[in-house]
Design a protein around this ligand. Structure first.
Ligand code: G3H
Ligand code: 13P
Ligand code: ZN
Length: 284
């Protein structure tokens, strides 16, 4: 299938009360693991590339790999830019064929975040590309801040209402207690805040940093209206775990294909598990 936009997969998710998984990819094996999992689960899927992934693999390679993989399957695939912070880079992604982009202005003052995101929405919408914005600061598990300091960075529901009204983003990434990377303890999500944000905004709500979030918390977030869930760290761990285990058992092996195959299987196992948890399995 040709690539579709976030709207194409998130509107049915909103109506059906489930979330679509958004999985990060950096290389061919990860792209294949994500798209094959989606085809085998009959699930819509969002494949996202960060600026780091684009620097690593190259914009043309990412687009070519994802388009080729998507054309071989019969489920909707979105190619989405993850955490784009540079206006020119966002424009390049649109030009190269991304069907969706995130403009992450969360580090900017509110007025500037609104103005920049709106600029992206106006251009992207004119060419049928969807936009995710971010309000509040999601941050990383390695950030050296206290719980109170992190809570101060959570998304303000009234600001979210204004942000969505003024920018008309298709999706909004919010900060409610998740963080990027592996958690040291158990993350605690602010569900009341999520409920309030959902009541006040029309955009699809996105949960970042979902690797390592307990299944029950994910289910509750979905029941309260989260429609896009981002997973990267769990895939990285599956990839490296698969490679490490294979090399330990086969120290003399020097065939990359043999080393990557079990890693790909491990990634597919995790991705499919997440698709079932999010409720998007069987929805394509
Ligand atoms: O949100 C961040 C994603 O996990 C991508 O990470 O910028 O290292 O590619 P990255
Ligand atoms: P994790 O790496 O914590 O799963 O976060 C992924 C993410 O939010 C990508 O934008
Ligand atoms: Zn993120």
């Amino acid at each position: 299938m040709n690539l579709v936009s976030l709207r194409d997969v998130l509107e049915p998710a909103e109506k059906g009360g489930y979330a679509v998984g958004a999985f990060n990819a950096n290389n061919m094996e990860i792209v294949q693991a994500i798209i094959e999992s989606a085809a085998e689960e009959r699930s819509p899927v969002i494949l996202q590339a960060s600026q780091g992934a684009i620097n690593y693999a190259g914009l043309d390679f990412i687009v070519a790999m994802v388009k080729t993989a998507a054309q071989g399957v019969n489920v909707p695939v979105v190619l989405h830019l993850d955490h784009g912070t540079d206006f020119k880079q966002v424009m390049r992604c649109i030009r190269y064929g991304f069907s969706s982009v995130m403009f992450d202005g969360s580090k900017l003052p509110l007025e500037e975040n609104i103005a920049m995101t709106l600029r992206v929405v106006e251009i992207a919408r004119a060419v049928g590309v969807s936009v995710e914005g971010e309000l509040g600061k999601i941050g990383g598990t390695e950030d050296d801040i206290t719980v109170e300091e992190r809570e101060a960075l959570f998304t303000d529901p009234e600001e979210a209402e204004r942000f969505v009204k003024e920018t008309e983003v298709d999706a909004l990434a919010i900060a409610i207690g998740t963080a990027h990377g592996p958690y040291k303890g158990e993350p605690r999500l602010d569900f009341l805040r999520l409920k309030r944000i959902k009541e006040l905004t029309a955009a699809s709500i996105v949960l970042h940093g979902a690797s390592g979030v307990p299944d029950d918390a994910v289910r509750q977030a979905v029941s309260l209206g989260v429609n896009k869930i981002n997973i990267d760290t769990d895939i990285r761990q599956a990839f490296v775990g698969g490679i490490t285990a294979f090399i330990k058992e086969n120290p003399a092996n020097i065939d990359p294909r043999k080393i990557f195959s079990p890693a790909k299987m491990e990634m597919k196992r995790i991705i499919k598990e997440k698709m079932r948890l999010f409720g998007c399995s069987g929805k394509a």
